[in-house]
Design a protein around this ligand. Structure first.
Ligand SMILES: Nc1ncnc2c1ncn2[C@@H]1O[C@H](COP(=O)(O)OP(=O)(O)O)[C@@H](O)[C@H]1O
Ligand SMILES: [Mg+2]
Length: 213
């Protein structure tokens, strides 16, 4: 099993007084499909930010065996691009070409079309992202990240704030990405969502534990 990332005795505190994460040891291997659970405020999003390097641990170290590429989707149903009046196609294509409105070659166009099809977004491709539902927006964000071909896809509560049917569709898609051999770490607060996960990890006051399903 190829180890992508190793958290070696990580501790973290936002204010140097209250320790949020203490002595966390946690490895992620290629092709893992990990469900990260824990009550609100337990430090799930913080752990993701440590893994992606957005914040640094107070002590301990995070070891990557090479420069691995993260595909991170944050916890909101909005876009970092904000109210930018772009279409679904334009936003998703940013996963391949970083600059908007750049010439896209035939090969990349095909990849974009394939991902739009996979996510059921083909019919919506010319729609403004401002007109999408929460579930559709979440798909757009994940599709964009998938196109950047990351080693590890990190999804922070992807199903929060969207209707039940869209949640199911999204979960099926996430399971499908795993079937496509993608490595996935996703945060959930609903045990029912963990079907298909190869590992379930729980953060609590007692630290981080691997839960046997
Ligand atoms: N930037 C920050 N500065 C200070 N405290 C924070 C910050 N972000 C989160 N926290 C606090 O850290 C704790 C864990 O937050 P978070 O990682 O978002 O939990 P979860 O994602 O599990 O709900 C919470 O008590 C939260 O208020
Ligand atoms: Mg969170």
């Amino acid at each position: 099993m190829e180890e992508l990332i190793k958290l070696d005795n990580i501790s973290f505190s936002y204010d140097n007084k209250n320790i949020l994460l203490q002595n966390v040891n946690f490895n992620i291997y290629r092709s893992d499909f990990i469900g990260l659970v824990g009550v609100n405020g337990s430090g799930k999003s913080t752990l993701l930010k440590l893994i992606t390097g957005v914040i640094k641990p107070t002590s301990g170290s995070i070891i990557c065996n090479k420069k691995i590429k993260f595909g991170y989707v944050n916890q909101t149903t909005s876009l970092e691009e904000g109210a930018f009046p772009a279409t679904v196609y334009e936003i998703v294509s940013l996963g391949i070409c970083k600059k908007p409105f750049r010439f896209i070659n035939k090969e990349d166009k095909n990849k974009i079309e394939q991902v739009l099809e996979l996510f059921g977004l083909s019919k919506l491709k010319d729609k403004s992202i401002n007109s999408l539902s929460g579930g559709q927006m979440q798909k757009v964000k994940i599709a964009k990240v998938l196109l950047s071909n990351p080693d590890l896809i990190i999804l922070d509560e992807p199903t929060t704030g969207i209707d039940t049917i869209s949640q199911e569709v999204l979960l099926e898609l996430i399971r499908h990405l795993h079937a496509m051999k993608k490595t996935i770490l996703f945060v959930s607060h609903n045990v029912k969502e963990l079907e298909g996960c190869t590992r379930v990890v729980e953060i609590s006051d007692n630290g981080i534990v691997e839960v046997n399903k």
